[in-house]
Ligand binder design. Structure first.
Ligand code: DOR
Ligand code: ZN
Length: 344
């Protein structure tokens, strides 16, 4: 960054956890990510879920169509079920990992894992095949404690499967950060919104449905621990937006769907946040380098230049309201350079 021009260049930014959906929603949201990011990890909680090769390759094709000419690598996942060794062997070339949802903890997770001990044969295969396990780590306990109550399960898995890479997805608590330092094979993603908001922002005043997500945002001390780890570039922590679009009528509803839509503002808001904490120098590691090392991936070359020019966030993208709708973020994307093209 040069101080005169206030400009930041991020090389091959990666979003290691996001929801692209299908159909018209996918058409709206995919280009917003594929414009700004060089790659992203695509979640499989569709209806029906992505849990076999045919469904996976069909979905990948739909994603590629919507990515169009953008330089963007979709890193695919499949929904955890009791796969055979052969099925996983077949899937391996197409996926970055397998995503485990405890049954019923979030959107479209009804067919997730109900009893972990019945899942361990498949988890053993993942370890043998060196396929990472990505986990939505929440129990059915009291909503503020669900992640904390799940942490012993992470410890059990880390000990029982020492060669398995385990990624705690979208962590929200100080206790989860401490696990990163205790188990060599545990890693984590953290979202933008959990670095910024607490439960107060969601429900402390008027109820803000567009800030409602799972896991629920936690206490100021949790946010502080997450932010500290992110801005200091904890080597086992990666950026994953968990951008989760739902149409307006599902958010502003009696029975609001969980999910915050951050895809179009994620990179700009991350620069703003790291800049505010004098941590711009660590953003590259958080938003790309750590993920490359942890997963052993080499994303396409793409330099994204951001400048300190305000970006007025639109109120809607299609049917979806983004985080910071109608507000200003003090950074915007100025140019994108790829190995084959330059564009403003
Ligand atoms: O808030 C969330 N929305 N959390 C999840 O775990 C799933 C996601 C979605 O798919 O809408
Ligand atoms: Zn998610």
């Amino acid at each position: 960054m040069t101080n005169q021009t206030k400009q930041v260049v991020i090389n091959s930014p990666l979003d290691m956890h996001l929801h692209f959906r299908e159909g018209a929603m996918a058409q709206t949201v995919i280009p917003l990510t594929s414009h700004a990011f060089a790659g992203g990890v695509i979640m499989p909680n569709l209806v029906p879920v992505v849990d076999n090769l045919e469904r996976l390759t069909g979905y990948l094709q739909e994603i590629k169509t919507n990515v169009g000419q953008d330089v963007f690598e979709p890193y695919m996942t499949v929904f955890f079920k009791n796969y055979t060794y052969q099925e996983l062997e077949q899937l391996k070339p197409y996926i970055l990992g397998v995503k485990l949802y405890p049954a019923g903890v979030t959107t479209n997770s009804e067919n997730g894992v109900a009893a972990l001990n019945h899942a361990e044969a498949t988890i053993k295969y993942l370890e043998e095949l060196e396929i990472p396990l990505l986990v939505h780590g929440e129990t059915h306990g009291f909503v503020m404690d669900r992640e904390k109550l799940f942490l012993p399960i992470f410890e059990h898995l880390a000990q029982k499967f020492p060669q398995l890479k385990i990624i705690m997805e979208h962590i929200t608590t100080a206790e989860a950060i401490s696990l990163l330092d205790r188990y060599e094979n545990i890693y984590a993603t953290v979202t933008l919104h959990h670095l910024i908001i607490t439960l107060d922002d969601l429900a402390g005043g008027l109820l803000r449905p567009h800030l409602f997500c799972k896991p629920i945002p936690k206490r100021p001390e949790d946010r502080a621990a997450l932010l500290d780890a992110a801005i200091k570039a904890h080597p086992k922590l990666m950026f994953g937006s968990d951008s989760a679009p739902h149409p307006l009528d599902k958010k502003e509803a009696c029975g609001c769907a969980a999910g915050i839509f951050t895809a179009p503002i994620a990179l700009q808001a991350l620069v703003e946040l790291f800049d505010r904490h004098q941590a711009i120098a660590n953003l590259q590691a958080f938003v790309s380098d750590h993920a490359q090392r942890i997963y052993g991936i080499q994303p396409p070359q793409k330099s994204v230049t951001l400048v300190a020019t305000p970006f007025k966030v639109p109120s809607m993208y299609g049917t979806v309201t983004p985080m910071f709708a109608n507000q200003e973020i003090s950074w915007s994307i100025a140019r994108i350079d790829t190995a084959i093209s330059c564009s403003l």
